[in-house]
Design a binder for this molecule. Structure first.
Ligand code: FAD
Ligand code: EPU
Length: 336
């Protein structure tokens, strides 16, 4: 394992920009190299993609494996569909643009989400009316202990809102090496998320292509979400919570304008950003961190914040939302 470096700063490897160190660090760009590293390693392991959904609260005592396994291969193709096998270290947004430019439809609404292809199944990334589970055929991974290759079919992945088997029973047991996607060559445009329609109207597009949808999503995201290159953040810090019909009615009687969305199982999803904003917390700055001024669901590092400062702020938010609304927020970001 010649290329393992010692005492490496992780600041440039996490979008929160938290200054912590890892005891050991290695970059892998092939499955063979990954297996060699896993075989020779004795310490705790953390796989790192783009570091865009992680909050480091302390130095890491083990080995960080930075995933750089690349490649896009056509597995199958007919007049209507194409199946692509994509290396887990590919940058997600670059892959979206690759597809959009070739008119392979299905992921254009997921434009500009930071991170790697390998992380997309882990929390079943979603935005603007689409979740990646709808186009994933299967996920290939290496078992960290056995070094065997395993293929997880879509069904076995147990995809759910911001969740999959890789965040529950299979957590920490596998390195995802590739994701197999099924995309459409006759794309159906999905503009069900109101903001996309508004954006397309603004730019005068009447019959949108998937390139137009991608551009609309990119514009909306740029106007709302802070760019991690400018202000450290990991996107939504919390998940949007769901409540029962009875709880929704109780809250609406007090807050008639509260956004709520009926779910397939009869529960109602609330907007965590609205709950936090209604607690009067939007734009709050506490020491070096805070709550973003345009999006209350995004916690930010203004520079020099520790992970623990951000974690503490998130605890205060959870408490305030709980005491005002009786609703428990759950973190989306992985705390290390
Ligand atoms: P990392 O942060 O590197 O890792 C996340 C977790 O996955 C860690 O536990 C890590 O150990 C594990 N992991 C990573 N790669 C592998 C692998 N190959 N094998 C096994 N385990 C692995 N998310 C959304 O769903 N929708 C959004 O709209 C959205 N918007 C965002 C906007 C901003 C500005 C930011 C900063 C983040 C946003 N996110 C969003 C969150 C984030 O982009 C996604 O969760 C993304 O998939 C994380 O990818 P990553 O490669 O950076 O993962
Ligand atoms: N809202 C507020 N105040 C705020 C933020 C939002 O009142 O500060 C309200 C909005 O007015 C709207 C509702 O909350 O009525 C929903 O807001 P928005 O459309 O901005 O989406 P979100 O629920 O805040 C979710 C995802 C994002 C994803 C967007 C677009 C979660 C946890 N977050 O945010 O995903 O990009 O929808 O689909 O589901 C991420 O996971 O990191 C992420 C950024």
């Amino acid at each position: 394992m010649g290329e393992v470096s010692k005492n490496v700063s992780l600041k440039q490897f996490n979008t929160f920009g938290i200054e912590v160190q890892t005891n050991s660090f290695v970059e892998v760009n092939s499955i063979d190299k990954l297996k060699e590293v896993l075989k020779n390693n004795q310490s705790e392991i953390l796989i790192l993609g783009g570091g865009s959904n992680i909050l480091f609260t302390k130095d890491f005592a083990g080995l960080i494996i930075k995933n750089n396994i690349k490649g896009i291969d056509v597995v199958d193709e007919n007049d209507n569909e194409i199946t692509l096998k994509v290396g887990s270290g590919e940058v997600w947004h670059d892959f979206v643009i690759y597809c959009v430019n070739r008119n392979y439809g299905g992921i254009e609404n997921l434009s500009l989400i930071p991170g790697t292809v390998g992380a997309c199944p882990i929390q079943n990334i979603g935005a603007y009316g689409v979740e990646v589970k709808d186009v994933i055929e299967s996920v290939e991974a290496i078992d960290i202990k056995e070094l065997t290759t395993i293929s997880f079919s879509n069904k076995i992945c147990e995809f759910d809102y911001r969740s999959s088997i890789f965040k529950t029973s299979a957590k920490g047991k596998y390195v995802i090496t590739s994701v197999i996607f099924n995309l459409s060559k006759n794309p159906k445009i999905n503009t069900s998320y109101g903001a996309i329609e508004d954006e397309l109207k603004k730019t005068g597009v009447l019959k949108p292509s998937i390139i137009d949808v991608s551009n609309a999503v990119i514009n909306i995201r740029k106007s709302k979400l802070p760019n991690p290159n400018e202000i450290g953040n990991a996107g939504s810090f919390f998940k949007n919570p769901t409540v029962s019909f009875a709880k929704k009615i109780q809250l609406l009687s007090e807050y008639p304008s509260m956004p709520n969305y009926l779910q397939k199982d009869g529960s109602f999803k609330l907007a965590a950003g609205w709950l936090i904003e209604t607690c009067g917390l939007k734009g709050l700055q506490k020491g070096n961190c805070g709550i973003h001024k345009n999006q209350a669901l995004v916690l930010v590092n203004y520079g020099g914040s520790s992970g623990n400062e951000i974690l503490k702020l998130s605890e205060e938010i959870i408490e305030k939302v709980k005491s005002k609304f009786g609703v428990e927020l759950e973190r989306e970001v992985n705390i290390i």
